[in-house]
Design a protein around this ligand. Structure first.
Ligand code: F3S
Length: 767
């Protein structure tokens, strides 16, 4: 390659020179002729050591996908306020003066949607002041860019400010892939993973397989980018993307807006994909320039001229799905799962067949998924037309702008006033109803079946208003709005008419809008801009010693200089044990930054295998306790313990609290029939040893309060994960001794984490 020059002094521009050097190395290793997909180009060009990751595979570096363990060096990290708390607390234990790579914090999840932007924001700040103060002061100390409450939702702010073609970033939120709409590899992770990147350690990922989605034709009429992903979710189901990166390609790509692509990448999370990405397109340049990033656009073009930010001709996808945009019709997905997809033309019949509510109680548009200029101007075209006919939304109508930048632009150009005039309630630039932070004003009580339509991304039961009987359907902002005007879930704006007050028939014409504003985006209002400053070592991090919501973390003890002895079985669990079972959400979310307080929910919905009770455990003296109470009692008595459980322990999410809490309370081992992969990794990162029964029937040979000693564990850990581990179990009731053989999947690196006490202990030593 001719050596180009890239501007490395401008923090908004990705470190293209580094990426290019790695890319050249990758090409050398894999052979110049090897055709790569775009995702592979960007991902492999962020390897810490391409030789190590790509050459150690069985067929000399060819068989990477699904095989290689990639050790990656991301360019940037973004964190939202709920998950940032534990990430920062963990980062602080490493004693570094600043983050090694750029990072940002976005205060969005803790604001409740209730009465409207201003009142909700004020109330949210008041209730969460100490958390925001903590995040702001830690940002100041470590040089993290701080987006205050009201500034915007993480993924919208990232798209508007940080995403850039060829960049690789991590975010502590599952919809981080939104940035793939701007040709960025953006992956959602837990706090401990984010900290690895923040301290400059490589972050490990099993090389994903690549699912190609070919787009042909062009959207028109009522069909929107949202419908592409709603349709794809229906095809793939919620697990269909697991282990894959979804890479879009084909002639249809260039017909889409950047923000439309972001909507599709955002919701790739609903099919379990590692991330999603679009090739670099002229729409990206238009969006970068409209968001005042001409410099990034120019450098990205230069970078793409060399690397070609698209799949090489002949690149192999593991699977390919083709979608014809020209024939795609709008879809509505739900209730309760994002993959239950119904074409709009069949929705009316489905509602009647399933006896789902015909009355629509609320329509909610916006959020991180769908609050683009294009979305909002398309909706405005409909609202204007309906208002001109004398119509107003029949259902409650809420609008959540994704950021203050888009909000101000919509205020400047008219749509916001139109929505308000129609009776819509504009909520603050925050997550609100999307994450259960919605105090409904319409008197619909918990337990009352009702239907809502949102343009959000996720619709698990209870997600929006905490009411498990609220049927939440996902649709494009345009379809949500049309149905809000009708007040029914059976209205099809493509075929049906509404009746005006004068008895006339009104039909919506297909929506039309603008991809980007005619003038560049307006600036966010002053209090809602990012605070960007160099690290300030003299700043102190605000945590009141009396706080119930925040507590500094103490490093966990290292592994002893011998095998473990004297462990006791805290509880033997039966049945499903998800990360929700281990660390419940809901009201406990407010303790995310306070490990001792949140640990009081540990395993509090687990079934005791020996008694059939929920959340019951018995001490050696026979006294009955809740599981977390007994854990705490044993912690105080310095009695280390283990948990015994069945299959797929820790399924569900990447929630790191599910590993941190047992560790905090004194767990050293979790012994199961099998683990969910991410949780197993999280346990090892926190210094807990995950073991599985070599013979599943041994589950019956161990019980609560039995005393356990390990044999071979110490040697195995010092041997980089190689060697057998047996458990010598002394039965509590009879004194009989049984030997249980176990299996494990502990790598050299993970053995190091466990020996050090946790991954962070190890990282902070090296830092
Ligand atoms: Fe927030 Fe919902 Fe997006 S919770 S980050 S608006 S998915």
């Amino acid at each position: 390659f001719a050596t180009p020059s890239f501007d490395s002094s401008n923090p908004r521009i990705p470190p293209y020179m580094n990426t290019l050097q790695k890319y050249e190395k990758v090409r050398e290793i894999l052979g110049q002729a090897r055709a790569l997909t775009l995702a592979e180009k960007i991902l492999y060009s962020h390897l810490d050591n391409p030789e190590e990751s790509l050459m150690t595979n069985t067929d000399g570096g060819r068989n990477i996908r699904g095989q290689a363990n990639l050790k990656l060096k991301p360019d940037r990290v973004a964190m939202q306020d709920a998950s940032a708390q534990m990430a920062l607390l963990q980062f602080m234990t490493c004693n570094l003066p600043s983050t090694v790579i750029p990072a940002s914090i976005h205060c969005d999840h803790l604001i409740v949607g209730e009465r409207g932007a201003q009142a909700d924001l004020e109330a949210g700040i008041q209730v969460n002041q100490e958390v925001f103060d903590f995040l702001e002061s830690a940002s100041k100390k470590y040089g993290i860019e701080f987006w205050p409450p009201g500034a915007g939702i993480i993924h919208q702010s990232v798209l508007e400010n940080y995403a850039a073609p060829g960049l690789m970033m991590l975010g502590t939120d599952s919809h981080t892939p939104n940035a793939g709409g701007l040709s960025t590899i953006a992956i959602g992770v837990g706090g401990a993973d984010a900290v690895e990147a923040l301290v400059g350690a490589p972050w490990e990922l099993k090389a994903p397989r690549i699912l190609g989605v070919e787009l042909k034709g062009q959207l028109s009429g009522w069909a929107s980018p949202k419908d592409v992903i709603l349709n794809l979710a229906g095809q793939l189901t919620v697990r269909g993307g697991t282990g894959f990166i979804i890479e879009y390609f084909g002639s249809g790509v260039e017909t889409l807006s950047c923000t439309g692509m972001a909507t599709m990448c955002n919701m790739g999370a609903e099919v379990g994909a590692t991330t999603s990405i679009f090739p670099f397109s002229p729409a990206h340049v238009r969006y970068l320039e409209a968001t005042h990033r001409h410099d990034v656009a120019a450098e990205a073009k230069k970078f793409s001229d060399i690397v070609k930010l698209r799949a090489d001709d002949g690149a192999k996808f593991d699977e390919v799905i083709t979608i014809d945009l020209s024939t795609l019709e709008p879809h509505i997905n739900g209730p309760f799962t994002p993959d239950l997809s119904t074409p709009l033309s069949q929705f009316k019949d489905t509602i009647k067949e399933q006896e789902w509510p015909e009355k629509l109680s609320a329509g909610l548009i916006g959020s991180c998924t769908n609050s683009s200029y294009e979305d909002m101007t398309r909706v405005e075209s409909m609202v204007r037309e309906a208002m001109a006919a004398g119509l107003k939304p029949v259902s409650d109508f809420y609008i959540t702008p994704g950021s203050d930048q888009i909000r101000e632009t919509l205020a400047r150009d008219g749509p916001l006033a139109t929505f308000k005039e129609a009776g819509g309630t504009v909520l603050s630039n925050a997550c609100g109803p999307c994450i259960g932070q919605w105090k409904r004003q319409d008197g619909v009580e918990k337990g009352t079946p009702n239907a809502i339509l949102t343009s959000y991304n996720r619709n698990f039961r209870g997600r929006n208003d905490g009411n498990p009987d609220t049927m939440n359907f996902l649709a494009s902002p345009e379809v949500v709005t049309a149905m809000a005007f009708a007040g029914t879930t059976t209205f099809n704006p493509m075929t049906d008419a509404l009746t005006t007050s004068s008895g006339k028939e009104f039909r919506f014409t297909p929506p039309s809008g603008l991809e980007i504003p005619p003038q560049p985006f307006a600036a966010a209002r002053e209090p809602f801009r990012a605070v960007i400053a160099a690290p300030d070592a003299s700043a102190s991090v605000a945590i009141a010693p009396t706080s119930e919501r925040l507590a500094l973390l103490e490093p966990f003890d290292p592994f002893p200089a011998s095998d473990l002895t004297g462990l006791r079985v805290l509880v033997k669990i039966t049945g499903k044990c998800t990360t929700d079972t281990i660390s419940a959400a809901g009201p406990w979310l407010k303790y995310k930054g306070h490990l001792p307080n949140i640990s009081a929910n540990t395993l509090n919905t687990a079934f005791n295998a020996e008694t059939g009770e929920v959340n019951a455990a018995y001490d050696l003296d026979g006294s009955k306790h809740t599981i977390p109470e007994l854990g705490q009692r044993w912690k105080e008595a310095k009695q280390p313990w283990l948990v015994v459980a069945e299959h797929n322990y820790g399924e569900g999410s990447a929630r790191e609290h599910a590993a941190l809490q047992p560790r905090y309370l004194g767990a050293r081992i979790v012994l199961t029939k099998s683990f969910a992969r991410i949780h197993e990794t999280n346990l090892k990162k926190q210094g807990v040893v995950p073991l599985t029964f070599a013979d599943e029937t041994d589950y019956d040979r161990i019980g609560a309060c039995d005393e356990v000693a390990t044999e071979g564990l110490y040697d195995m850990l010092h041997n980089g994960g190689k060697g057998e581990v047996r458990l010598r179990v002394t039965k509590h009731k009879t004194g009989e001794v049984v030997i249980i053989k176990t299996k494990h999947a502990i790598s050299v690196d993970q053995a190091g984490f466990i020996l050090a006490g946790s991954a962070l202990n190890l990282l902070s030593k090296g830092a």
